[in-house]
Design a protein around this ligand. Structure first.
Ligand code: ADP
Ligand code: 5GP
Length: 230
């Protein structure tokens, strides 16, 4: 099932997606028919999602692509617009959501985050496995779409380790850190509820966590490699 193709009937004329996702080629849709199911990665802020995904995307850049979300959050010093996120104003994202340009969106720690339909569609057009990084509300909302992703939950061995990693990352104000920890407690309950996730990765030792992630994706990556050879 190709959700982006099924929900989008024509290229965007207006709004964020047309501004940010320039020069989309509306290629044959054949490629995406045989693509593996997208992967939605969720987990408390600071659990290591970006670290794991960065490694995965570097190793499998020919087969896997990251769905670049939109956010109203300000960029961190090392973040690039159009690479880590599309950084937008609240007015811009609200307008685009009203225009039905988003697959899902959510408020998180005082900001809006969302996945545009175009972000997913572009990746499917490229014939690659689409990976999304979404918080808990996003996961719940994705379940209501026909994207049909597999869901992975990433967590730390304890909430204390999570707090320490967030502090060491040195990206949050004390207020933002407390909001993220409060949300983490809710996400952990949801993440640990049986049936909510296809894989739970405890990110204690990074290499071991990465190995588990890769093992979960092994069949999909092999299938994509075979497709590329033919
Ligand atoms: P998220 O994307 O889930 O918010 P990050 O990937 O930014 O989390 O990781 C949070 C912090 O923890 C970063 O500073 C990162 O370098 C560090 N980190 C990630 N995984 C590990 C690990 N296994 N052991 C120690 N530190 C880690
Ligand atoms: P951060 O500000 O740390 O980059 O991200 C905060 C939270 O927003 C993380 O839990 C991350 O998974 C989530 N997030 C990032 N992009 C999206 C998105 O497009 N949709 C939703 N629902 N959550 C997102």
């Amino acid at each position: 099932m190709d959700v982006a193709n099924s929900v989008i009937t024509k290229p965007y004329q207006n709004g964020i997606s047309s501004l940010k996702a320039e020069n989309i080629k509306w290629k044959s849709e054949k490629k995406s028919e045989s693509l593996p199911r997208p992967i939605a990665v969720c987990g408390p802020s600071g659990s290591g999602k970006s670290t794991l995904l960065k490694r995965l995307l570097e190793e499998y850049r020919d087969y896997i692509e990251f769905s670049i979300s939109h956010t109203t959050r300000k960029p961190r010093p090392n973040e690039l617009d159009g690479k880590d996120y599309h950084f937008v104003t609240r007015k811009e994202i609200e307008e685009a959501i009203k225009n039905d340009e988003f697959l899902e969106h959510a408020e998180f720690s005082g900001n809006v985050y969302g996945t545009s339909k175009n972000a997913v569609k572009q990746i499917q057009n490229n014939g690659k496995l689409c990976i999304l990084d979404v918080e808990m509300i996003g996961v719940k909302n994705l379940r209501k779409t026909n994207l049909n992703p597999k869901f992975i939950f990433v967590k730390t061995p304890s909430i204390e380790v999570l707090e320490q990693r967030l502090r060491n990352r040195n990206t949050e104000s004390e207020e933002s850190l407390q909001k993220r920890l409060a949300r983490a407690r809710e996400e952990l309950v949801y993440g640990e509820t049986p049936g909510n996730f296809d894989l739970i990765v405890v990110n204690d030792d990074l290499d071991e966590a990465y190995r588990q992630l890769k093992e979960f994706l092994r069949h999909d990556i092999e299938a994509l490699k075979k497709q590329k050879m033919h």
